[in-house]
Design a protein around this ligand. Structure first.
Ligand code: UD1
Length: 368
């Protein structure tokens, strides 16, 4: 048996690793272990996802917690190196683009341990985004790159990565979505539980916001929250508030902008509650990567509050529209959705719930 250490650290990793850990159980040639870096640690950002998505308890937890990018990345590397020395795996498997992804990949490559990257090849072409740096560097040092959209291969080849390392397998986020759709609670129940029961019979929208580019500068955050306040006069807004965003709203004294009966603020929600809300929403406003993909799979219009996306297929084929922080543009797109339903989109190739099985089968053959 070949040992593979699978790495998770932050919230968007958990829905990606769940189907992979499950699919790897049927591999004849691979024994998978789960290592948690502890980048996210709150119950709402962490534990709840393990319980709901039935992710096995991590074999190790490095408990790094929060810090600046340099501190967090360095701390993960320092704590992961002895684990790698002890475990002596054949390979490590990293997902997505968070600091844990690049930190563990860097440790492994320098010890001649193979690196497998799931969700490789996505590019926003915006190097001010910390995740873009993590994506480019992780792909450069990976031995196997599993991609979610066929076009990613072209970009990786342009960056000098050999085509033989690249495999189009589909999207593991959508595996998790399909598996959990029937487990999600009824939307009225979720709305009730967060104090938004009065909106159960009405169209509502969801807002998620956490990118540093949107929340770390007072002027931009103020502009967005003004736009949301204005929108809420027309459509109720359900707003699960990310810890970073909560801290910034307090720091900049912007609470008053979202104190309204039409804006329901909650703590970060679990996967199943969020799935239920996203599926029932008239539209979703977000700066998250994963939600752009989930709304495309659900056929729900998505408005992305960013200048770019590393997931262009959600715009070309799916329900996503990019508006940046231009609130007038956001309102125009919303009017179109409210009067004509917005983009209907189609489901991209191989976003069929079977991506993790393809990965596991490929790895099983690769390591035999
Ligand atoms: C990280 C990822 C981002 C991902 C996001 C999802 C990187 C570079 N960024 O950004 O790609 O979309 O997670 O949430 O890896 N905090 C808590 N509890 C927690 C975790 C964080 O309170 O469990 C607070 C900390 O005070 C921290 C802030 O949230 O300062 C931001 O957390 P951090 O992990 O640094 O980055 P995210 O913005 O969450």
């Amino acid at each position: 048996m070949r040992k593979i250490l699978c790495i998770v650290g932050a919230r968007p990793n958990f829905m990606k690793i769940a189907p992979i850990m499950d699919a790897m159980r049927s591999c004849k040639n691979i024994a998978a272990k789960l290592i948690h870096t502890g980048q996210h640690y709150d119950v709402e950002m962490n534990r709840k996802f393990f319980d709901e998505l039935e992710i096995p308890k991590p074999d190790r937890d490095l408990e790094v917690g929060s810090g600046t990018h340099a501190v967090q990345t360095a701390e993960i590397m320092k704590r992961f190196e002895p684990v790698l020395d002890e475990e002596k795996p054949q390979a490590i498997l990293v997902v997505g683009d968070v600091n844990s992804t690049i930190a563990c990949a860097l440790v492994a490559v320098k010890k001649s341990v193979q690196v497998i990257h799931v969700e490789a090849g996505l590019r926003s072409f915006d190097r001010t985004m910390p995740e873009e740096i993590n994506r480019i560097l992780t792909d450069q040092i990976s031995d196997l790159l599993y991609i979610t959209e066929a076009n990613a291969s072209e970009q990786l080849c342009k960056e000098g990565i050999s085509e033989q390392k690249i495999h189009f397998v589909g999207n593991v986020m959508i595996d998790t979505l399909r598996r959990n759709q029937t487990k999600a609670p009824p939307v009225a129940q979720v709305l009730h539980a967060i104090g938004a029961g009065v909106f159960a019979q009405k169209p509502f929208c969801i807002l998620t916001l956490h990118r540093p580019s949107n929340v770390d500068q007072k002027e931009i955050l103020t502009r967005i929250l003004h736009g949301i306040r204005h929108l809420s006069e027309e459509v109720p807004v359900i707003f699960p508030v990310h810890p970073r965003t909560k801290a910034k709203i307090q720091e900049f004294g912007l609470e008053h902008l979202i104190q309204s009966a039409q804006i329901v603020q909650t703590r970060p929600l679990g996967y199943l509650d969020m799935l239920s809300l996203n599926a029932a929403a008239q539209f979703v406003l977000t700066d998250s990567g994963g939600i752009q993909e989930e709304t495309t799979a659900l056929g729900v219009p998505c408005i992305t509050l960013r200048e770019n996306t590393e997931r262009p297929i959600t715009v070309e084929q799916g329900t996503n529209t990019i508006v940046g922080t231009d609130m007038a543009k956001m309102h125009r797109v919303i009017q179109e959705i409210r009067s004509h339903g917005g983009k209907s989109g189609r489901i991209p190739a191989l976003w069929d719930g079977q991506a993790a099985i393809r990965i596991a089968k490929h790895l099983d053959a690769y390591f035999q």
